[in-house]
Design a protein. Structure first.
Lengths: 156, 288, 760
């Protein structure tokens, strides 16, 4: 009988302390153990980016990380992107530019795009497309997503 | 999926002890982008994953005077974001920026790519053409294996039960050294090579003193092609490059599968060999 | 900013407000089907057939049932007996017996991935372990995978009791041909005899999947009075209710479907796969049960679009007039009958006015998953055939492809090949806009960098759009805001457009509407979110419900001012007495007086409008091919489309762009790759290659507005027609670049290399 392991980490700026079975992915840990369902499952094998979170400053597919692995780490999910009552500029531009249709890929794209703009405040269109190629969208054709990222970059 | 334990090792000895405890029912865990997916798909029944990312030696990224040390857990992004490493090893940067996408590159590393031993691994040929030596630790101590001898079959490597890859070493590039990796994929990213070629050359003026060409996705393991030896001592001309490309195609023994036909792959090997040799030579000329 | 045509005409329509569900969706608060949590929830798993064709000799679930943590294990034995009943789901009829077997196989499995058992357990891992303990004894049979193979004498028979039809006559004996229908008009032999040029070509297209990012899900409870509640991501709560109730053989009213947010559908989330299974598991365990599909199962076990074999033949006079056309469309139905070949037949020639036509359509069962609707189902395949033949004809005639299309364009009064007469449509306007576009007027340099070759292609498409039933209620709050309740699940921002139409009628801002997508007990019957009907029909209902509110508000004003109702004028959001203009209240002011004039005002409407009109799209693309590798990159793409009236232009543009992205993936890389055992081997997002952001250019949209008289605001459905032209647009561009005509999809690097090799 495999026992749960204890994990202590920083999640969206706050300390968390929880138990999780060692074989459970970070994605399932967030969604099931911690009740944060904003991060989505699209494929569960690292090919669509719907489960993207920021782990220790890098964007990762949370389906390819174990919950147990984040002990001692810092994680940011979509739930932590806005400040109370104030959207992050990317969230705002995604709404203004209609960069979402069904919205299932949107949390992953926002986390990924935020990491890009935090690192490279004025990326070229090609650089944006390259950075976001790990996030699949089937509804938009990416056009308005790219424009929303460009608009947020201009506003900064 | 069989429930497994998670063990975090903080030293080489700890990792060896943990792997010994579970025998063939434990595997080392680095980036996890292959291992976790395959464990969930039932590729193996595991009792434990031993996390080797918290061991100092597996994280080394060190440009020495004669040798470059690359830890087995070093993620791809560290290779291309380190300005000095990227400047010295643009061929490694080629591979590191092609494996998956940004999310994958935050976790996956060239070490894991090697240990996964996929015939289409984007890093393996590049390690081969950089004359890489692999340091494996296990219950009987450490041993060294040349990168070209590492993979023994699709998904199979020389890593035995209780062992794990600690680091990879390769010579620092001398003046006149250049390397490149290119692959063909149907999409521009997030894809797997239909065929891939890594090439390296050591130039002295216009003469190729030595060269290596390694082929991906065209055999049960990455292939160290005879094309490299063919070029030794020859002038870096289009004609010689073309001859080498033909030799590389002849060395390829691909299958036809959902990603491409054998004919397509043989053709692509010729094209990619030519292109990577040209690029390697260009870089070699810049590196003086 | 608004589009040119609507500027000045409307206050709200044509603007671009932030969608009402937007804040929840960019913060992760929105609850999609997989996110629902209930006390005592069990997790389910489904065991699926590894074989494409096999008889089930026995299933032993004893070891699975004995595993600790397992609540229930079910097979088809736990489902009510199957029965043949045809039910109309709005985008195609389904036979309940087949639907039941599709959800849980009976004595035969007909495709790899067909469900054979299901488990509910304390967690997902236990459920999967239990699945592995179920022993199924299969007698493996030879599968048949293509329409042409399925029609050959001696082919494996997929459905042993299929009653096949051929042009209205029953087929004797066993067959894989479910149906063959024909539309014929005029005299095609005479028409071809009159032609100066006749071109006939054959085509082969691969089965492809809608590719939505959110996998299917269903959570169910079954209570003490045998009432079933389902939470799910669906394209239609009512059709889901009907399918689930039908398969479970309970009255519709015993099933309540609560739609949660949905992560894409494109037609693929109209059929029910998990709902009946979750319900039976809930019945057996007495607890809520959640089922989530794995990505492999989404590919292998849901409803892709047909692979096809087609031929098209077109005859023209020297002056470019089309004299006759025939088409033979043979579509995979998958394991059970009901491919969208009929829809393909309705569209194949519908861009043109052709006096003599004959269209044959075949619905053929094969050992692949049962096909479902995929965005303009059948029309994309049909357009691939027709629009590439037209391209060849234009080349032979030496005629400009847009001029050819304008010359032969269908217009108001043209008879569609299957019978209906076109109402006011915008085919010509769409072609004219393409002709005037910057893209069409920018010459393309044929030689790209590094030896790459460039080409330009153009193609058109038609989709008929549907109306069907929608209901809306609008309740006025005392502060003047209104609560709008509708039944169209929102896959792409539709609740915003629907709210905007209500706001336009009421004379209030879009932000003052609070839309809510209700469950099946909260709103009147509403058909699927699909068929490009939502903005049209649910918008129509919102318009009518808002008009009903206005009627009632006029009555309240009359009561307030003690005048006759005829005295009350409503204009620009205000209510005014005709005889005494001093008596005037805005909507907001009047709303504050509802309590004292009789209570709340609730307007409602239920519609089934017939004037959907058709939509046209003409598309231009530039591609660049590396002749050494066969790699094709799309470097420029322009979509021109008649949308009637663009209610929210951003979401109209988004529909156009997203559809084209799917079409590009379909054209260049997507396919169901089957091994020799008829099983799909590329059922992951790695090897089922959909375009990433790096694989597409900016996609330019040109909105044309020829208002549809069949809708109060002129709306035409926009969601489907843009996926119709891309296969042909790209095929024609490949020809322009390389001089090679590819007639098989996907037109991938391998096939381009082979074609270049053969050309040498």
């Amino acid at each position: 009988m495999v026992e749960k392991v204890r994990v202590r980490a920083t999640l969206n700026g706050e300390p968390v302390d929880f138990l999780v079975a060692p074989y459970v992915s970070l994605l399932d840990t967030l969604r099931d153990e911690l009740g944060l369902t904003g991060t989505k499952e699209g494929c569960n094998d690292g090919n669509c980016g719907a489960c993207t979170v920021n782990l220790d400053g890098r964007i990762v597919d949370s389906c390819c990380v174990l919950g147990a692995e984040i002990d001692g780490s810092t994680v940011e999910t979509i739930e932590g992107m806005a400040e109370p009552g104030k959207l992050h500029p990317l969230q705002q531009t995604f709404l203004e530019e209609a960069a979402l249709q069904c919205g299932i890929c949107t949390p992953g794209f926002l986390i990924a795009a935020k990491a890009l703009l935090d690192k490279e405040p004025h990326p070229s269109e090609n650089r944006i497309r390259f950075w976001l190629a790990g996030n699949l969208c089937r509804c938009t054709g990416y056009d308005k997503i790219v424009k929303a990222v460009q608009k947020a970059a201009e506003l900064a | 999926m069989h429930p497994f334990e998670y063990v975090r090792a903080t030293s080489v000895d700890e990792a060896i002890a943990a792997l010994a405890k579970y025998g063939e029912r434990a595997r080392p865990l680095a980036g996890g982008t292959d291992v976790l997916v395959m464990a969930r798909a039932g590729r193996w029944e595991l009792d434990a994953l031993v996390d080797i990312k918290h061991i100092p030696e597996t994280n080394v990224l060190e440009l020495g005077s004669s040798e470059f040390r690359l830890g087995s857990a070093v993620a791809c992004y560290r290779v291309y974001e380190d300005e000095q490493v990227a400047a010295k090893f643009p061929g490694l940067v080629d591979s590191a920026s092609m494996i998956g996408g940004i999310q994958i590159q935050s976790r996956a590393g060239l070490g894991g790519n090697l240990c996964n031993a996929s015939p289409s691994g984007d890093g393996i040929g590049t390690l081969i053409v950089h004359n890489t030596t692999c340091l494996i630790a296990g219950p009987n101590g450490t041993r060294e294996v040349a990168a070209e001898d590492f993979c023994t079959g699709p998904g199979q490597s020389v890593i035995g039960d209780g062992e794990f890859l600690v680091e990879m070493k390769m010579p620092m590039p001398q003046k006149g050294f250049g390397a490149a990796y290119e692959r063909f994929t149907p999409r521009n990213e997030m894809d797997i090579a239909v065929a891939g070629v890594a090439s390296s050359v050591q130039l002295d003026g216009d003469i190729i003193v030595s060269a290596r060409v390694a082929l991906a996705a065209v055999g049960p393991t990455p292939i160290l092609s005879s094309a490299g030896d063919l070029l030794a001592g020859k002038e870096a001309t289009a004609e010689n490059i073309s001859t080498a490309a033909q030799a590389a195609s002849a060395d390829a023994s691909p299958i036809s599968d959902m990603r491409g036909t054998a004919e397509q792959r043989i053709h692509l090997v010729g094209v990619l060999t030519r292109r990577t040799l040209e690029r390697a030579i260009e870089r070699a000329r810049e590196n003086n | 900013m608004t589009t040119e045509a609507t500027k000045g005409k409307y206050n709200v329509i044509g603007t671009r407000p932030i969608r009402h569900d937007g804040y929840d969706k960019v913060t992760g608060r929105a609850i999609y089907g997989a996110d629902i949590k209930l006390p005592g929830l069990l997790q389910g798993a489904v065991l699926r057939s590894p074989h494409a064709h096999a008889r089930i000799k026995s299933i032993d679930t004893s070891a699975a049932k004995a595993l600790a943590g397992v609540g229930a294990v079910i097979t088809s034995a736990d489902f009510p007996g199957s029965h043949d009943t045809l039910i109309d789901l709005g985008e195609g009829a389904i036979n309940f017996r087949y639907a039941s077997n599709n959800v849980m196989a009976g004595d035969k499995v007909l495709y790899k991935g067909q469900p054979v058992a299901a488990i509910a357990a304390l967690d997902k891992n236990i459920a999967l372990e239990a699945a592995a303990l179920i022993k199924v004894d299969y007698e493996v049979l030879k599968p048949v995978s293509t329409v042409l193979e399925a029609l050959k004498p001696g082919a494996p028979i997929v459905l042993e009791d299929l009653e096949g039809q051929d042009l209205g006559e029953k087929i004797d004996g066993q067959t894989n041909q479910a149906n063959h229908i024909r539309h014929e008009f005029g005299d095609v032999e005479k028409g071809f005899a009159e032609a100066d040029i006749v071109i006939e070509r054959e085509f082969d297209t691969a089965m492809v999947h809608q590719g939505y990012i959110e996998p299917h899900n269903a959570t169910a409870t079954w209570d003490e009075e045998d009432r079933i509640t389902i939470w799910t991501s669906t394209q239609g709560s009512f059709p889901t209710r009907r399918q689930t109730a039908g398969i479970l053989r309970v009255p519709d009213s015993s099933v309540k479907v609560i739609p949660l947010e949905i992560g894409g559908g494109f037609g693929g989330k109209i059929p029910s796969y998990l709902e009946p299974v979750a319900a039976i598991l809930a019945r057996e365990t007495g607890r809520p049960v959640k089922l989530l599909m794995e990505r492999t199962s989404v590919f292998e076990s849901t409803g892709p679009t047909p692979g096809t074999w087609m031929s098209a033949k077109v005859g023209v006079k020297k002056d470019g007039t089309i004299t006759a056309a025939t088409a033979d469309l043979r579509f995979d139905a998958g394991a059970y009958p009901g491919s969208p070949v009929g829809a393909g037949m309705m569209c194949v020639f519908s861009c043109y006015d052709i006096p003599n036509t004959r269209i044959d359509g075949y619905d053929i069962v094969v050992n692949k998953p049962k096909t479902a609707a995929y965005r303009a189902p059948g029309a994309t395949q049909a357009a691939y055939a027709m629009e590439t033949v037209i391209d060849e004809i234009c080349e032979k005639l030496g005629m400009d492809p847009i001029e050819f299309r304008i010359k032969n364009a269908a217009k108001e009064g043209t008879r569609r090949a299957d019978g209906p007469i076109h109402p006011i449509i915008g085919a010509i306007e769409t072609h004219e806009a393409a002709k005037a576009s910057d893209h069409w007027n920018t010459p393309l340099e044929k030689n790209g960098p590094d030896g790459k070759l460039r080409g330009r292609g153009i193609a058109s498409g038609y989709w008929f759009n549907i109306g069907l039933k929608s209901a809306v209620t609008i309740s006025v709050n005392e502060d003047g805001t209104v609560a709008l309740t509708e039944g169209s699940t929102d896959i792409g921002g539709s609740r915003a457009s629907i709210s905007m139409m209500a706001a336009e009628v009421l004379g209030i801002p879009a932000e003052d509407v609070r839309p809510h997508v209700a469950d099946t007990e909260g709103i009147g019957y509403t058909d699927v979110t699909g068929g490009s009907r939502t903005t049209y029909a649910t918008g129509y209902a919102a318009h009518d419900a808002a008009q009903d509110v206005v009627v009632q508000l006029r009555e309240r004003a009359a009561k307030l001012w003690d005048v006759e109702v005829d005295e009350i004028e409503f204009a620009n959001g205000s209510y005014q007495s005709k005889s005494d203009p001093e008596l005037r209240l805005t909507h907001k002011e009047l709303a504050s007086k509802l309590g004292s004039t009789g209570g709340s005002v609730v307007g409602s409407a239920s519609v089934d409008p017939e004037g959907a009109g058709g939509a046209y799209s003409t598309q231009i693309c530039d591609i660049e091919i590396d002749p050494e590798t066969g790699k094709t990159d799309v470097i420029r793409y322009t979509i021109v489309q008649d949308v009637g009236t663009a209610i929210h232009p951003s979401y109209v543009e988004g529909q156009m762009q997203g559809a084209v992205a799917q079409g590009i993936g379909w054209a260049l890389n997507e396919e169901y790759f089957l091994n020799d055992d008829g099983a799909m081997v590329n059922s992951s997002f790695l090897d089922y290659r959909m375009p990433t952001s790096l694989d597409l250019p900016e996609i330019e949209t040109i909105i044309v507005e020829v208002p549809n008289p069949g809708h109060p605001f002129g709306v035409r459905g926009v969601g489907e027609v843009p996926i119709v032209p891309p296969l042909a647009t790209i095929a024609n561009a490949i020809y322009d670049a390389l001089g090679i005509r590819l007639r098989t999809t996907p037109m991938n690097a391998g096939s381009i290399l082979s074609a270049l090799e053969a050309k040498k």
